[in-house]
Design a protein. Structure first.
Length: 263
């Protein structure tokens, strides 16, 4: 696997609701350090005012914008599995993508991607029928938008098969198993910035990651994800950016010619 010279750096954003703000998240600071923002679209977090604020913030920082739809689960932050038919699941995604895209259009921006959230992301990764429904919907409503997903997923396989643009993610703040899938958790751990940065750089330069249950495995990806609700997410992004730059890896959204430096 070839060494990466440019990588996308993304973060889940706008994950509050009304007067409630997730943890001590500092979206204004986080937005200055990333190239792509996954903005909550209302079901697991986010509301009209926060979506508008997040879109404005992304555009002010030249950050590519994506919709981050989840299960309708405000109390569980979208990290609890909800049993739905494929039609119900796809309709919920359409609803959220439409809401986010209208705010992006209001500010003369472009929707770069759609990245499902939490338990919805994991459901699509494992469910062939649901992934087919999701990707077919994207082919109709957003054929030029990337789907962000795990490489080891039905979502990725179906997107490639049906011709939808797709970006594989590497999770800086999640563990992997030997199948290349992330180990799903409802509550993020407290990670050491230096260790996380070293892990990210190793993945970018060597294309490998150490899973929780075995020797190193190969991992393919085009984007690095840090969750805004991970404790110390700002410190994690600072360390990752510094380490990437020190190793000659530039930061840019997929398809963008320019790259962001760590300065």
């Amino acid at each position: 696997m070839s060494r990466k010279t440019t990588i996308d750096l993304g973060c889940d954003m706008g994950e509050g609701f009304g007067n409630w703000q997730l943890g001590a998240t500092d979206d204004a600071k986080l937005m200055t350090m990333i190239s792509s923002a996954h903005i909550a679209a209302g079901f697991h977090a986010g509301d009209p005012n926060l979506i508008d604020q997040s879109v404005r913030l992304a555009m002010a920082n030249n950050v590519a914008i994506g919709a981050h739809p989840g299960f309708r689960d405000l109390q569980g932050f979208g990290r609890r599995r909800i049993v739905q038919s494929t039609e119900e699941m796809v309709n919920d995604i359409i609803y959220q993508v439409g809401a986010l895209r209208e705010f992006v259009g209001l500010h003369a921006g472009t929707l770069q991607h759609v990245k499902p959230h939490g338990a919805l992301y994991m459901e699509l990764a494992a469910n062939e029928a649901a992934s087919i429904g999701f990707v077919k919907m994207m082919r109709r409503v957003a054929p030029d938008a990337f789907i962000y997903c795990m490489g080891a997923s039905e979502t990725y396989r179906i997107a490639k098969m049906l011709g939808q643009p797709v970006v594989r993610e590497f999770y800086a703040d999640r563990e992997y198993d030997t199948t290349g899938k992330i180990v799903f958790t409802r509550k993020p751990d407290d990670y050491n910035p230096k260790s996380v940065a070293e892990r990210v750089v190793h993945a970018c330069l060597e294309g490998k990651v150490k899973p929780v249950d075995g020797p190193e495995i190969e991992v393919g990806f085009e984007s690095i994800c840090v969750h805004s609700d991970t404790p110390g997410s700002v410190d994690l992004l600072v360390a990752i950016r510094e380490a990437l730059t020190a190793n000659g890896v530039a930061i840019a959204a997929p398809g963008k010619a320019g790259a962001r430096s760590a300065a």
